[in-house]
Design a protein around this ligand. Structure first.
Ligand code: HPA
Length: 285
């Protein structure tokens, strides 16, 4: 297993993808757990399974299809990842983010990330959407930062700044689209844990106290690399379950519940992302 990937491996994956598509996308989307169906709306799609792409991490989790869908959405060329790999599956943080480096080499400059997350903010219900305004890189602080390793200045700076990881203009577009569609879009801070175990009640209290509104096991590594690569980022969490600080036999977080809520979230998320891509196609707000 390669410990640190380099531009050579990123380029091998990017060349493979280039040779399997006629499109030149500039927008990348990552669809999280249970959020796959948006990719079915892509026109003139080229579909590439992750297992065929050199070095690509393959997701082993139910709810992750594991393929790239490259084509047109709202008249805009996009590259969609239907599913992602996670740290808890055994991949290194850098390996999880290899697809972001590949996007960088392919010329993608806007990344839209989605995930299923547990709601910590008491105003959130399962089935709600949250616009990510900032994140807490809990796993990164503890040492699992995907930028750890040999420095390659061609890819980005050694010490990238993260003061506005989630692009203000893209956030304004998402809020405008949600308003036009007539559903609420919460705003808040996403916190990334390593997983795969869900949180204890004491964990949840701690996460809330330190300022998180939603908790999950993804997104932050990819956003860290995307910002390092100079991409503009939009992040949306689908609230698939709410934090249960006082658990009972009937009330506890399960993966089935996360997949069930995905079905509720998908129509809203699909409409929101199509609206944002359409705005981008027309030059923004
Ligand atoms: N905790 C952590 N990750 C999650 C959750 C949760 O409650 N829901 C979906 N992903």
């Amino acid at each position: 297993m390669i410990e640190f990937f380099t531009r050579k491996e990123f380029a091998e994956a990017a060349d493979f993808i280039r040779s399997h598509t006629e499109h030149e996308p500039t927008i990348g989307l990552i669809l999280g757990t249970g959020l796959n169906p948006l990719a079915e709306e892509v026109q003139r799609a080229n579909v590439i399974p992750y297992r065929d792409i050199p070095h690509f991490p393959v997701s082993t989790v139910e709810g992750h299809v594991g393929q790239l869908v490259i084509g047109e959405l709202e008249g805009q060329e996009v590259l969609i990842m239907q599913g992602r790999a996670h740290y808890y599956e055994g991949y290194s943080p850098q390996h999880i983010c290899l697809p972001i480096r590949v996007m960088q080499l392919l010329g993608i400059n806007i990344l839209i990330v989605t995930n299923a997350a547990g709601g910590l903010n008491p105003a959130f219900k399962a089935g709600d959407l949250m616009l990510i305004t900032d994140h807490i890189n809990l796993i990164g602080m503890a040492g699992l930062n995907p930028l750890r390793g040999p420095d390659d200045p061609e890819l980005g700076p050694r010490f990238p700044e993260m003061s506005q990881a989630y692009d203000l203009e893209l956030r304004e577009m998402a809020l405008q689209v949600a308003d036009d569609l007539g559903f609420p879009l919460h705003q808040g801070v996403y916190i990334c844990l390593a997983g795969p175990s869900f949180e204890t009640p004491a964990d949840l209290k701690f996460l809330r106290i330190i300022g998180a509104d939603a908790v999950g096991m993804s997104t932050v590594p990819e956003v860290t690399v995307a910002r390092h690569a100079g991409m503009r980022v939009l992040g949306i969490s689908g609230i698939s379950n709410v934090a249960i600080i006082e658990p009972t036999e009937e009330r506890k977080a399960t993966h089935e519940e996360v997949l069930e809520a995905g079905k509720l979230l998908v129509p809203k998320l699909t409409a929101l992302l199509k609206g944002v891509v359409s705005l981008l196609a027309n030059g923004g707000l």
